[in-house]
Design a protein around this ligand. Sequence first.
Ligand code: ZN
Length: 497
Amino acid sequence: MSSKLHFYNTISRKKEEFIPANPPFVGMYVCGPTVYGDAHLGHARSAITFDIVFRYLKHLGYKVRYVRNITDVGHLENDADYGEDKIAKKARLEQLEPMEVVQYYKDRYHREMDALNNNRPSIEPQASGHIIEQIAMTEKLLENGFAYVSEGSVYFDVEKYAASHHYGKLSGRKIEDLQSNSRDLDGQSEKRSPLDFALWKKASPEHIMRWPSPWSDGFPGWHIECSVMSSKYLGNSFDIHGGGLDLLFPHHECEIAQSVGANGEEPVRYWLHNNMITLNGQKMAKSLGNTIMLHEFFSGDNELLDQSYDPLTIRFFILQAHYRSTLDFGNEPLQAAQKGYSKLKTALASARSLSIEWKPESDEVTALINKWSDECAAAMNDDMNTALTIATLFDMASYINGLKNVQEKRIPSKAQFEEIINIFAAYFEDVLGLGSESTGSQNVEVLDDVMDVLLELRTTAKENKDYGTADAIRDKLKAIGVTIMDGKDGADWQVDA
Ligand code: ZN
């Protein structure tokens, strides 16, 4: 068991001790969503994985600048260099301005990530707000000889780069294999090689998202935004880059080539990738008819679901697996997760209100406390093994329940028990983010609606001279900390401080 934090670094393919370049500061960049549709489980897993990295680094005392982008331009269909822009396509189908699509799905993404108890990043830059910087980096790549202009578009010259650098170092792909496997598709003929990728694309007449540039009215390629926004906010070389495994190639491989080609420095010291999610053993895909959106899990509104699931049950389920393993979703495992999560939550709540006859401090209990504390730290230090951390929390929950049910013989002192609660809460609430203190705006909105319904029922009861019911509503709400205030214009309410 290690006492120091280690990450599995995708680029070296081994676990390495995490040593930031400039402690206590840590820079972390994570590829965020392309906001043209609702978030699914893959979005949730990536956001939760890097929220855990963010939380744990802060728990260890680091000052983390966490940058996660919003892709709102340049991501074309099939992740390719041709086809329609995903956002422009949605805008065309819905008859909206593209930025209306972006705002709508960005807001929904935020609400859903809040409900999952993810911290918001320190900076959330949008690609469309960094067009000037993307043009500047493209100019630098042209200057350095790693890019060329063709028909008003600019492409990165992969073979030229590969002559002096290792292209494929992250994904492990070999340039010879890529060359023999790629074929020229229609519309790619303006590239010198099918391996080349767009830095700037000339806009066709019907393309609405366009900006002036030295080469054409057009738009940036998909990969360049991340090279630009990471270096702008974290410097040319920074500590951690994260994202889903599906972004490894070509997106992250291209990011390295662009950043090295433009700045002459390796951009990232630790590359972290979370694995994918399957549903009942199958890959989720629209064509298979088995995609479930995140909000459908929360509402239960999908025929593949037996019930709705609390966002924190989803979070707990995701954290029960290591982020580098695949994770299979289904109703049964989710229901099991719901029970497990409830067991831990209940144990912490009952620990906080437990009052028994405490014993003098004993070495036996001290040893137990040290063991749990070491186990939680070692699990997190071992490449964020949240599954093992949760296993230790279950041990602690059993002990707490044993005390509550007067079966446990190892009775702690009051101070020892407080230490146990502190360890439990530090990992359960702060590090894993499983406390139910979520103040997600979605919850607030639901509360508003629920209160409207209750006040309406009370008004109806009063109109019917059913004062018993009206008073019971008022008194029961008061008991749970909500005060109703009757006024001339009807009733209002507030949550007691
Ligand atoms: Zn990216």
